[in-house]
Design a protein around this ligand. Structure first.
Ligand code: NAD
Ligand code: ZN
Length: 255
């Protein structure tokens, strides 16, 4: 393993445009469950709850479910703090080693750790968005209105439109700016660090595929507890283990 991490450090150190693609697995060491690992979120909640059709059928029911989930402590993103993997990526960006982080996560932990160039591919659950005028409101404020009984279905302060968590639900498109930047980065990068993602969700999984298929291909370094669904097709260097431990080691090898 040590040899593989050294090799990864050499590749990233030599790269001109190293980029990271992260998924739920980078945040499990911050106490946020991922989806597909044992004990993950899908063992507790029906994925259909996060479909836009079901949300629109009964927004009040969704908001109550989401607040109950937060209050249970199982998915409390506002209280979560970044772990060593988030901090290592932020350090690496700070020193110019990583150009940007494309994240599928909605937990805001890269930003909390100090990463600046963060592409929120699936949005951010610490914000709510008005479905009518697109105004954003901090999730905390919206949740307060629900828990105080002021509003069962939260409404926009500006236009009274329906508020929805500012995350991409099943059946919704990827935000166009995030999609565009990711496509550009997948073409520009010469090394792609894929961290904590099973690569089963599209179009996010298209990013490393595109990076691998261009000429010359980017080096794909994968860090996961279990190999991703695409590892045999795209991964050049597979580092299996804790993202926090591996990223800390990579960070110190590169400093
Ligand atoms: P996933 O649950 O499908 O896969 C997680 C991957 O991370 C697995 O390969 C697993 O082996 C690995 N992993 C778990 N803990 C790890 C650790 N400590 N170190 C290294 N690897 C670890 O996650 P996904 O591919 O990101 O897909 C889930 C989707 O759900 C994402 O698109 C995301 O939007 C959303 N989601 C986000 C959060 C969050 O914001 N933290 C949490 C759950 C789900
Ligand atoms: Zn509005």
């Amino acid at each position: 393993m040590n040899e593989s991490i050294k090799r990864a450090a050499e590749i990233i150190g030599a790269a001109q445009n190293a980029v990271a693609l992260t998924g739920a697995g980078i945040s499990t060491e911050s106490g946020i469950p991922d989806f597909r690992s044992p004990g993950g979120l899908w063992t507790k909640i029906d994925p259909g709850e996060f479909s836009i059709d079901r949300f629109l059928q009964n927004p009040a029911r969704f908001w109550k479910m989401s607040l109950d989930l937060k209050n249970s402590g199982e998915f409390d993103l506002a209280s979560a703090v970044p772990n060593a993997a988030h901090y290592s990526l932020a350090n690496m960006e700070n020193r110019g080693i990583i150009k940007c982080v494309i994240t599928q996560n909605v937990d805001n932990l890269h930003q909390k750790a100090g990463s600046v160039e963060v592409v929120e591919f699936h949005g951010n659950l610490l914000r709510a968005v008005c479905m009518k005028c697109k105004a954003l409101e901090p999730m905390e404020k919206v949740e307060q209105r629900i828990s105080s009984g002021q509003q069962e279905t939260p409404r926009c302060n500006r236009c009274s439109g329906l508020l929805k968590p500012d995350a991409v639900f099943f059946g919704e498109p990827i935000p166009s700016k995030a999609l565009m930047i990711s496509q550009i980065q997948s073409q520009k990068c010469d090394a792609l660090l894929v961290i904590g993602t099973s690569l089963q969700v599209f179009p996010a999984a298209q990013i490393p595929i595109a990076a691998k298929m261009k000429a010359p291909p980017a080096h794909i370094i994968e860090i996961n507890r279990e190999p991703s669904a695409l590892h045999d097709q795209i991964t050049d260097l597979l580092l299996l283990g804790s993202a926090g431990e591996i990223m800390s080691e990579l960070d110190s090898l590169l400093s």
